[in-house]
Design a protein around this ligand. Structure first.
Ligand code: GLC
Length: 587
């Protein structure tokens, strides 16, 4: 076990690796990643130097939203394995010293969930319907939705059922929103938290954590529908849908469950709220930590990244916790691609994610050398910071977004619901199955020679019960061969090797001190228009850790000290553009 994981509050300074299970590793040849596939790669994860794995949903699902439409919260999707496979995976993780975090999706269920099926079969006003948010429509026959709210995936947020009522779904039509005023909902999620904790899970990632408490009764629905920005929380706590103060009662209730265990379970909130509200979710009386997405939203620009760092540290201080650093996840375009585009300030990734430039794959212009160079500098900038680092599967290989996936192979509801000039391809481009072996190379596909068929770079075994394995659920581009794990394993200059070195140094020099202090450095050489430099204490009392990232075109002189890692070679006596250097200097 790494020394970090021997501490009760291991999650405060962890490196957590996010697995999107359907695309990580397929063990049985059906073209879908699975739980046994994860178990088979536990050694890879240990060698990478992460402290924990977080699994995006692996529960039974119709896959209307990549598994975030859950049919049964306390089981494994049969296509991904069994509960025995899950237990074996947890045991394998623990035996390698790794913790396991699972995803909890409390804002909505799948429309195939038994509760929703019961609600459909029950009458308006029944107890079964009360677990969801059903309302009458407007117009003479109730044929107009209760108000004009839109789903986050496009179209109305209301869907009509056979008897004429409408139900609310802030995401896909197949994801009806739960009514958190209903005690059944509270009880059921408490059962779910205990269920996974009893199966050895160490923590939870809470999906759409800021959306559970809704106020649909204080004003007419029509009036609520006129809310200035339906999609964005307001900072005053008065938004009918997001970041309402009552949501914190739910997490205080959950904290009591987490504290039944030794060590207490932890949770991290996915909460898209104003930065000044983030700390509420991360309080030790509630979930413990919150995703700080400011880092992921920032362009490759020192002013934006420094602001993200300062805000993250401020939030951690207020919460009495630590912050988190995220560059990529299953919802956003891969950062190697984002950084390969012209960096235009003020375009947060929200805009970029929905930007036809990046995700329609036709007018996609990326400078991959530059993207790689910046992604190398970025992981070192990030991994030297105090708090937890979240690494999304494939970023350690330097993967780019697969922007040109064919429309007819897309799975994400964002793509299905978008039409017209601003149509978007959605989030599948960062969810393509990982390349494990360069020699298991597919041939150019008949339908598009840029993609492969017939093999899967080692994602699936070659055979399934005596027949060739199925194609991966999303097609892999042929350029994936350059990023295969075995190839990067044998290349001392690869992204994979850089991640391994950086995470190992982070653990031995920084995390092991348990200190979370950081000093931002601004000197004549490290001016804040073109550099981000900071220092921290290390396990060596006489030496300080210094990280310097140069964004500018002018080289920055290397300060006095010993270079322990650099994101680019050769270094000489100065730090070139788009490079991070880690040094040990005298105290
Ligand atoms: C979260 C998930 C995203 C999902 C949405 C609805 O934002 O990260 O993938 O689509 O919730 O569950």
């Amino acid at each position: 076990m790494t020394s970090n994981n021997t501490h009760k509050d291991w999650w405060k300074q962890a490196v957590v690796y996010q697995i999107y299970p359907r695309s990580f590793k397929d063990s049985d040849g059906d073209g879908l990643g699975d739980i046994a596939g994860i178990t088979s790669r536990m050694g890879y994860l240990r060698d990478l130097g992460v402290d924990a794995i977080w699994l995006s949903p692996f529960y039974p699902s119709e896959l209307a939203d990549g598994g975030y439409d859950v049919i049964d919260y306390r089981d494994v999707d049969p296509r991904l394995g069994t509960m025995d496979d899950f237990d074996a995976m947890v045991a394998a993780a623990h035996s390698q010293g790794l913790k396991v975090v699972v995803d909890i999706v409390p804002n909505h269920t799948s429309d195939r969930h038994p509760w929703f099926q019961e609600a459909l079969g029950a009458a308006p006003g029944s107890a079964q319907r009360e677990r969801y948010i059903f309302r009458e429509g407007r117009g003479c026959d109730g044929e107009i939705p209760p108000n004009d709210w839109l789903s986050m995936f496009g179209g109305s947020a209301w869907q009509r059922v056979d008897d004429g009522q409408w139900y609310l779904h802030l995401f896909a039509r197949q994801q009806p929103d739960l009514n958190w005023k209903n005690p059944d909902v509270h009880e059921d999620f408490i059962r779910t938290l205990r269920f996974w904790s009893d199966h050895g899970t160490d923590g939870f990632r809470v999906d759409v954590a800021h959306g559970l408490a809704k106020d649909l009764s204080s004003r007419s629905l029509e009036e609520l529908g006129r809310w200035p920005s339906q999609a964005q929380p307001t900072a005053d706590g008065d938004h009918p849908l997001w970041d309402r103060p009552e949501v914190h009662d739910i997490y205080r209730e959950w904290r009591r469950v987490f504290d039944e265990y030794d060590p207490p379970r932890f949770a991290i909130a996915e909460a898209w709220v104003a930065p000044e509200h983030q700390h509420l979710y991360a309080s030790e009386k509630e979930l413990g930590q919150v995703f700080n997405f400011e880092f992921a939203k920032a362009n490759w620009c020192p002013q934006e990244l420094r602001t993200a760092i300062v805000k993250g540290l401020d939030c951690a201080r207020e919460a009495g916790s630590t912050t988190t650093w995220v560059m990529s996840n299953h919802d956003v375009p891969r950062h190697a691609s984002r950084y390969a585009l012209p960096q235009v300030r003020t375009r947060g990734y929200h805009q970029i994610a929905n930007d036809w430039l990046l995700r329609n794959g036709e007018s996609y212009i990326e400078d991959r050398d530059r993207g790689t160079r910046r992604a190398r500098a970025a992981i070192m900038l990030e991994a030297g910071l105090p708090g937890s680092v979240y690494v999304y599967q494939g970023e350690e290989l330097g993967l780019f977004e697969v922007a040109d996936l064919p429309w007819d192979r897309l799975e994400d509801p964002q793509s299905r619901n978008s039409r017209g000039p601003f149509c978007v391809k959605g989030r599948d481009g960062c969810r393509v199955p990982l390349p494990w072996r360069a020699d298991d190379e597919p041939r150019p596909a008949a339908w598009n020679p840029k993609f492969g068929e017939g093999a899967s770079f080692g994602f699936s075994p070659q055979e399934r019960a005596g027949s060739p394995a199925c194609e991966p659920h999303l097609p892999q581009p042929l350029w994936f061969r350059h990023f295969a794990v075995d190839r990067e394993d044998n290349d001392p200059t690869s992204m994979l090797q850089l991640y391994r070195k950086a995470l190992s140094l982070r653990q031995t020099l920084l995390t092991a001190t348990r200190d979370t202090g950081l000093t931002l450095l601004t000197t004549e050489s490290f001016d804040d228009r073109s550099t981000i430099a900071y220092s921290r204490m290390t396990t060596r009392k006489d030496r300080r850790f210094v990280s310097i990232t140069n964004f500018g075109s002018e080289p920055v002189p290397l300060p006095h000290g010993t270079v322990v890692l650099a994101s680019a070679d050769p270094l000489g006596d100065s730090i070139p553009q788009d490079t991070t250097v880690w040094m040990l200097t005298d105290v």
